[in-house]
Every structure is written in C-alpha cells, then in structure tokens.
Design a protein around this ligand. Structure first.
Ligand SMILES: [Zn+2]
Length: 99
C-alpha cells in the first residue's frame, strides 16, 4: 500500500489490507500483535490460516515418514523381517504404509 493511499483512506476511517491491498473499514481488519499497524482482512486471515495448516500437515507427514524410515531401518538391521512369525506381519505393514 502506498503512502498516498494510506493518507487518503486514513481520513475516511478505512484502511487497506496489508496482504491483498483491498480497502475496507478499520474495524474489519485483524491486526498483528507485535505490529498493530499491520491490518489484514478476514479473507486473507482465512487464506493464511489454510497456508499454516497445510504447512503443519507437511511437517507432520515428513516427521512420520522419517520415523517410519527409522523403524524400517532398525527392523532390517536386526533381521526381524525374516523372523518366521513376526516377519510376515512386518512385511505386510511395510507394504501398506503410504510411503
Ligand atoms: Zn486481504
């Protein structure tokens, strides 16, 4: 948002979203805690929330994949996958993991 736009909208009680630039009333903006001068419209707040959830899901998938790889490595190193009783169960689990 430019300084000219800020001055123009500041006189009318409206302000621009710092994310999309849409001009809206000051009451309709969500302000950041450490930077109250930054206002974000509700649509952008929802968009940022979805981005945050997608990021968290990606991080969780990476952690689960890493844990599965670690367990798989331990099973292989110890030869448990060749055990007559536990082996078929471990191989079945390995085949049905999503990664
Ligand atoms: Zn916005």
């Amino acid at each position: 948002m430019s300084a000219e736009t800020e001055t123009a909208v500041g006189e009318t009680g409206e302000s621009g979203c710092w994310c999309c630039g849409r001009i809206t009333s000051e009451d309709a903006l969500v302000h950041l805690g450490n930077h109250p001068e930054v206002g974000i419209c509700v649509n952008c707040v929802h968009f940022l929330g979805r981005r945050a959830r997608d990021y968290q899901a990606t991080v969780m998938r990476q952690r689960l994949r890493g844990a599965a790889e670690s367990v798989r490595g331990e099973v292989m190193a110890r030869g448990w996958h060749r055990h007559p009783v536990a082996g078929p169960v471990l191989r079945w689990i390995n085949q049905h993991l999503p990664w």
